[in-house]
Design a protein around this ligand. Structure first.
Ligand code: 5MM
Length: 345
């Protein structure tokens, strides 16, 4: 029964036309985002900002789930309603980031390992009681001079698999996020190779750790040229190479792939997802989004910590979610970027 529930939850998260809002920025990351708009990163500002996002009317048409941070899953709206309930009333599933960040990997200069396995079983039980339906763990893989090493890839894959099987044991759908960073001057081909090697190792570990693939989701990077690569692959190439890479290594039992945006512009992240869904080829998984920056940039920059801007910020968030919803069908166009934004109270 629990198994069947997890399968339906995983499928509901990647329902047609919908994707995930990643609002799980840890303290250092949200501080970086707030610094950019000159807003102090204190508990009340973080609560006010997350409330703005979660109370945007009509988001459940395009957003199926929200990934929360430990502080956020315990916070309440102005009227005392826990955020978890605010989301549930909207018809949006609350999830939780359970990793404790990427730290330097001993013995591997320039590479990282994600921590957070100690005590995870107990934390998962608590998150489940707080109302979470799914979990997320991010591993970071860097492309550079003779990296990523197989050692780094395998160590992260092992941790991802331990996280995933513990989540399923706790009745939570794990979102497995191995991110190959787009920082650097590598080519799209180098990204393809690093992504394929990473996913190969991740699925090997998931299998060895007895993770049920039907009850999980994968959150990978797209296959892209490095940010500083002089030869930037275009949208069609990114779509083709990403789907070709995933086709080699992601088993068909996985119900959905929810891409991270990874520092792409809002428009590019939407256009790339759209191009993948518009491809004239059959694949077994739903191709969706789990964007942080590419969904939050417009509302964040509109809000700027001023309560008078909340309504316009919510309109900006709703519009960005709607465009990504269209990209789920391959029906997004650049002209939609300029369409008038609907009034919502
Ligand atoms: C890669 O980051 C994830 C997706 O966000 P983007 O679409 O902006 O790339 C995101 O869920 C990420 O895990 C959090 O935003 C940041 O987590 P930390 O723990 O680094 O603050």
């Amino acid at each position: 029964m629990a198994g069947r529930d997890l399968e339906s939850t995983a499928k509901a998260i990647v329902a047609k036309g919908k994707g995930i809002l990643a609002a799980d920025e840890s303290f250092p990351t949200i501080k970086k985002r707030f610094d950019a708009i000159n807003v102090e990163s204190c508990e009340s500002n973080r609560r006010a900002y997350r409330q703005l996002l979660f109370t945007t009317r009509g988001i459940s048409e395009f957003i199926s789930g929200v990934i929360l941070f430990d502080e956020t899953i315990r916070q309440k709206a102005d009227d005392g309603t826990p955020f978890v309930q605010v989301l549930q009333r909207q018809g949006v599933l609350p999830g939780i980031k359970v990793d404790q960040g990427a730290k330097p990997l001993a013995g591997a200069a320039g590479e990282k390992i994600t921590e957070g396995l100690d005590g995870l079983r107990d934390r998962l039980t608590e998150y489940r009681e707080l109302g979470a339906h799914f979990t997320k763990w991010r591993a970071v893989i860097t492309i550079g001079d003779r990296i990523p090493s197989q050692y780094c890839i395998d160590a992260n894959a092992e941790a991802l698999a331990r996280f995933a099987v513990l989540s399923q044991e706790a009745g939570l759908v794990p979102i497995v996020e191995p991110e190959v960073l787009m920082d650097g001057d590598h080519t799209i081909q180098q990204c393809f190779e690093a992504t394929a090697a990473t996913l190969h190792s991740v699925f090997n570990s998931l299998f060895e750790h007895r993770v049920m693939l039907e009850r999980m989701l994968l959150k990978p990077n797209m296959v892209l040229s490095g940010k500083a690569c002089p030869q930037q692959a275009n949208v069609e190439e990114v779509a083709r190479e990403t789907v070709r890479c995933l086709g080699r290594v992601v088993p068909g039992a996985v119900p959905g792939i929810v891409f991270l945006s990874g520092g792409q512009s809002n428009e590019t992240a939407t256009a790339n997802l759209n191009a993948m869904n518009a491809l004239d080829e059959v694949h077994p998984w739903q191709l969706s989004f789990s964007y942080g920056r590419a969904l939050q940039d417009p509302p964040l920059k509109t809000w700027r910590g001023n309560a008078a801007n909340i309504q316009r910020a919510q309109q900006a968030f709703h519009h960005r979610a709607k465009l990504n919803g269209a990209a789920r069908y391959g029906k997004y166009s650049v002209e939609m970027e300029r369409e008038p934004v609907a009034e919502r109270a």
